[in-house]
Design a protein around this ligand. Structure first.
Ligand SMILES: N[C@@H](CCC(=O)N[C@@H](CS)C(=O)NCC(=O)O)C(=O)O
Length: 198
């Protein structure tokens, strides 16, 4: 069975695990600590990043958007719409959600990996500004939810759960539509919500 290296807090990993579950793509989730640069990861992905998907023939697939496209292909287009315009919209949403994760993660890493006196506040502010702009964009027009969803919905759910995990109480004010969207997502897709970090 294919396996995916992941960490519970990693939003891109959560997205991929949810995408696999939603489409019925069988995958064994193997938890890994990227800080240790484990050999089994860096031997197959020189970037040492997760998620990394390992196929039965030992070939590795990364990053998360390459993985979601792969899952879409092998599942017979269960993850992205076939219609070109709708597919573009779904992919754009995935990109926006991943970009939100990039900004939040840059913020977290700046504080985690630099000595306190070297943390650069303008850099934190810049990343936070990006994150808030994405959150506002999503709050102004949250994508419609139903039983049938696509990779864009899944990516947003994963990114918002990461915002909750690391920035709870700091992003929700004035974004109640997005909070309701999150709740509705969990009501409609409890089996996917179960994969979100708590
Ligand atoms: N663009 C990548 C980002 C992956 C990423 O940055 N993952 C983080 C965990 S959330 C990671 O592996 N960090 C360890 C490192 O950068 O060394 C994707 O979409 O998969």
């Amino acid at each position: 069975m294919p396996k995916v290296y992941y960490a519970p807090a990693s939003p891109y990993s959560t997205k991929v695990r949810m995408a696999a579950h939603y489409t019925g793509f069988p995958v064994e989730a193997v938890q890994i600590d990227t800080n240790l640069e484990p050999e089994e990861l860096i031997n197959v992905n020189p970037l040492g990043k997760i998620p990394t998907l390992i196929l039965d023939d030992e070939s590795a697939i990364f990053d998360s958007r390459v993985i979601t496209q792969y899952i879409n292909r092998v599942s017979g287009n269960k993850l992205f719409p076939r219609n070109a315009q709708k597919r573009l919209e779904a992919e754009q949403l995935e990109s926006l959600a991943d970009g939100l994760c990039d900004a939040l993660l840059a913020h977290v890493y700046e504080r985690r990996f630099r000595p306190e006196e070297k943390v650069h506040q303008p850099w934190l502010d810049r990343q936070w500004g990006k994150a808030l702009r994405v959150l506002d964009t999503l709050n102004n027009a949250p994508p419609r939810l139903g039983k049938k969803i696509h990779g864009g919905h899944i990516a947003i759910a994963a990114a918002l759960a990461y915002a909750d995990l690391r920035f709870q109480g700091k992003w929700e004010k004035g974004r109640s539509k997005l909070k309701r969207w999150q709740k509705r997502f969990a009501e409609l897709h409890p089996e996917l919500a179960a994969l979100l970090p708590k």
